[in-house]
Design a binder for this molecule. Structure first.
Ligand code: NAD
Length: 370
């Protein structure tokens, strides 16, 4: 099979869908790999590393798309890429199709078999291709928060770990899932005074087993959130209710009760955010203030560290990519239900209920069209 790796063209997207070690493995299994020139540049992976691994470097996107059976990307195709769609092509990437009817129509109209990273679901209900980006964002949240707590960056001028004789910063993490846990790790590592709030008591038990007295665990309710926020130097919003908008757990009056120059990092902003005062920001213009409290609400935090994010993502995508390449889409789906769950469009039909329902379009199960 020929596997194509185009350069990402979405604004500010600097990750790449395949790294040189994956090229080596694909070559060992007898596949051809076409990598668009400069595809890895944004992630600090030069073309010659792909060439050494056995890839052919192709100038321009068209040559990659036209000659590939399977295209592996990071972000959903942009309108200028729709002209490369054709029947029988398999596309493996983040798609987030529900709010994108035009892209859905283009994929269905051309007969592209589109496998979405975000809907690959393992038997234990985990979403393995979303987890690595939550790990990156959770760790970044503390790093970013620590920077903005510095006076020259607009914060109240507190060193997150303190020093002997001076108290460290109070860090409150709301939501103790993947983002929250990774934020806790970083905050504890820097010596902060850490509180985690979650509505899932079993999750709090697990975190208590891991961190013991180093982290204060609190059940989520308006009272605990108000108290933790009021005394926090840094609040990290990390809640998720799958398939729903994030609940606005931190109300405006709670923000007003915080000290001037305190920082909130709303990682959950991609689901609408869990602070009443949040609105999405960009890496170009990442912060704003409400009642003197610095807000950082960037919805694609991992894009700031594309080298790490590319390797974190491709570590997770590699086994699924290899299955698709070695077995072909149909057999890969038959052998692995997680991959079947990833198929959003197949041979001109929507095969993922959530996408069809959100756009009011017909759909069929993958089994019905296979
Ligand atoms: N901004 C970014 O760049 C970026 C990057 C990655 C992930 N995210 C987002 O971060 C959010 C968290 O992702 P995750 O992978 O950690 O999810 P997760 O499912 O692993 O964890 C979410 C946690 O929130 C808890 N929760 C739900 N409702 C709550 C409530 N009322 N009070 C307290 N806790 C509550 C859950 O019990 C769970 O432990 C998601 O919205 C995700 O999309 C954003």
């Amino acid at each position: 099979m020929t596997i194509g790796v185009p350069r990402e063209i979405k604004d500010h997207e600097t990750r790449v869908g395949c790294v040189p070690s994956m090229v080596t493995t694909l070559r060992e299994h007898g596949h051809e790999v076409l990598v668009e020139a400069d595809a890895g540049a944004g992630s600090s992976i030069p073309d010659d590393e792909y060439e050494e691994a056995g890839a052919s470097i192709v100038t321009g996107a068209e040559g990659v798309w036209a000659k590939s059976d399977l295209v592996v990307k990071v972000k959903e195709p942009q309108p200028s890429e729709y002209r490369f769609f054709r029947a029988g092509l398999t596309l493996f990437t983040y798609l987030h199709l529900a709010p994108l009817p035009e892209l859905t129509d283009a994929l269905v109209g051309a007969g592209v078999n589109a496998v979405a990273y975000e809907t690959i679901r393992e038997e234990d209900n985990s979403l393995p291709l979303l987890t690595p980006m939550s790990e990156v964002a959770g760790r970044m949240a503390v790093q970013v928060g620590a920077q903005y707590l510095e006076k020259p960056n607009g914060g109240r001028g507190i060193l997150i770990g303190g020093v002997p004789g001076v108290a460290p910063a109070n860090v409150a993490v709301i939501g103790g899932g993947t983002v929250g846990h990774n934020a806790i790790k970083m905050a504890c590592g820097l010596g902060a005074n850490v509180t985690v709030i979650d509505r899932n008591i079993n999750r709090l038990r697990e975190l208590d087993d891991i961190y013991s007295s180093a982290v204060l665990t609190l059940a989520s309710n308006t009272y605990t959130i108000r108290e933790a926020v009021r005394t926090a130097d840094l609040v990290i919003g990390a809640v998720l209710i799958p398939g729903a908008s994030a609940p606005k757990l931190v109300r405006r009056d709670m923000i007003a009760s915080m000290r001037k120059g305190a920082v909130v990092v709303d990682v959950a902003i991609d689901q609408g955010g869990c602070f009443e005062t949040s609105h999405a920001t960009t890496h170009t213009d990442p912060i704003y203030y409400v009642d003197g409290v610095l807000h950082y609400c960037v919805s694609n935090m991992p894009a700031a560290v594309p080298h790490t994010s590319t390797f974190a993502l491709t570590n997770a995508t590699a086994p699924y990519l290899f299955a698709l390449a070695n077995k072909g889409l149909e057999r890969a789906c038959g052998d692995n239900q997680a991959i079947a769950e990833g198929v959003n469009t197949y041979q001109g039909t929507i095969t993922y209920a959530g996408v069809a329902e959100s756009q009011g379009k017909p759909w069929r199960t993958l089994n019905a069209v296979l």
